[in-house]
Write a protein that binds this ligand. Structure first.
Ligand SMILES: Cc1ncc(COP(=O)(O)O)c(C=O)c1O
Length: 359
């Protein structure tokens, strides 16, 4: 942190709120944006005073480095409202740590904690009426950090912008989700940027995911790029496999540099362990899961991520093999989803200190 870090936010409020025109009864994930955004610029080797301003288009030239070299990282978080109207964040420090881990990997300066955490709190205070209150609804927060120097030269930028925009959100996936185990394309490789929330990782997923969608699968489960032998994660979720009563999930950094270390995954591992579910964090062979499916031991598969929280998978395909995955009676997915949502929505005690109230 620089000595002259300016932590006071300049706030410029919108002249007329767009809230009365927003249709909260038909929320589509990520399409509607609240009144304000946070912006903080970095240039001349230092962070400038952060501002909260009306949501607006960006003032960049076509030569800005982000467009050419993809120096861009982001985060995904949510603000939750309880029935009394109190507003909470869930483990924001984890997202703060992860954005700087991503930034470091892409050669970008660290974002000061005050800008990230306090900036998000200030922004939410201003736009708290945009948080929907339906079951499972929230205000999705999208911190994004980009290279802004105007230069078509393949080297790190000398100027950057950190921003946060927010979007009232309902469910991320509606309908059943079937997954295909990908055995040709990869999203990440050893020593690459898979563990970072780099924008380009998502671009790399779109083409194979569209192909899978055309075959009737909403998501891909990525496998290791070397041999396509081990199960890794899905497009926006870490994956959990229940074989018998054991819950398996793949390791993240430092063991693997290919998988995004999810905040939901980390929370699920803790909650499951504390409720006496046997969790194993280790490489998971495709062969092991397919064999378990064939002999009736594969009880459930679910994804875990901020957008969907916990998402049960109803069908699995690998090469020529397909199996439906009917929901078991006492599903771990349901149990763990309720446990995590109880904390997020202030429906239960939070023994972990994960829920952060915004006053
Ligand atoms: C590739 C990928 N994996 C996993 C996750 C889940 O991470 P989290 O639980 O922090 O949302 C996400 C979502 O952010 C993601 O984009």
């Amino acid at each position: 942190m620089t000595a002259d870090l300016k932590t006071k936010f300049i706030i410029e409020k919108i002249k007329e709120s767009k809230l009365s025109k927003a249709d909260f009864s038909h929320l589509v994930f990520g399409k509607l944006f609240s009144d304000h955004m946070l912006v903080a610029d970095y240039f001349d080797g230092t962070w400038q005073t952060p501002k909260i301003i009306p949501y607006q288009a960006l003032p960049y030239e076509p030569s800005a480095k982000v467009f050419h070299y993809g120096q861009a990282v982001f985060e995904g978080m949510k603000a939750y409202k309880d029935t009394a109207g109190n507003v909470f964040l869930f483990r924001p420090e984890e997202n703060f740590k992860r954005i700087n881990q991503s930034a470091e990997r892409l050669g970008m300066p660290s974002i000061p904690k005050e800008y990230f955490i306090d900036g998000i709190k200030e922004l939410i205070k201003l736009d708290k009426d945009w948080i929907p209150t339906g079951m499972g609804e929230s205000l999705y927060l999208r911190p994004v950090y980009i290279a802004t120097e105007n230069a078509v030269a393949a080297s790190p930028s000398d100027s950057y912008r950190f921003m946060v925009i927010t979007s009232p959100a309902a469910k991320y996936y509606s309908g059943d989700v079937k997954v295909k185990i990908e055995d040709r394309y990869s999203r990440a490789c050893d020593g690459g940027v898979g563990y970072a929330k780099a924008a380009g990782n998502y671009a790399a997923q779109f083409y194979p995911t569209e192909k899978a969608k055309n075959e009737g699968f909403q998501q891909i489960i990525w496998t290791d790029s070397g041999q396509h032998k081990y199960l890794e994660e899905a497009g926006t979720m870490n994956m959990f496999f229940r074989i018998g009563d054991k819950l398996l999930t793949a390791p993240t950094i430092p063991e693997s540099t290919r998988i995004l270390p999810g905040v939901t995954r980390k929370s699920i591992i803790r909650l499951a362990t504390d409720h006496n579910i046997d969790v194993e964090v280790r490489p998971i062979e495709i062969k092991e899961v397919i064999e378990a499916a064939k002999n009736g031991q594969l009880k459930e598969i679910f994804g875990a991520g901020t957008a969907a929280t916990v998402l049960p998978i109803v069908g699995l395909k690998y090469k020529d093999y397909y199996t439906d995955l009917p929901k078991p009676d006492k599903s771990y997915a349901d149990f763990l989803k309720n446990k995590i949502m109880d904390i997020q929505y202030n429906r239960a005690e939070d023994p972990y200190g994960w829920r952060i109230k915004i006053d």
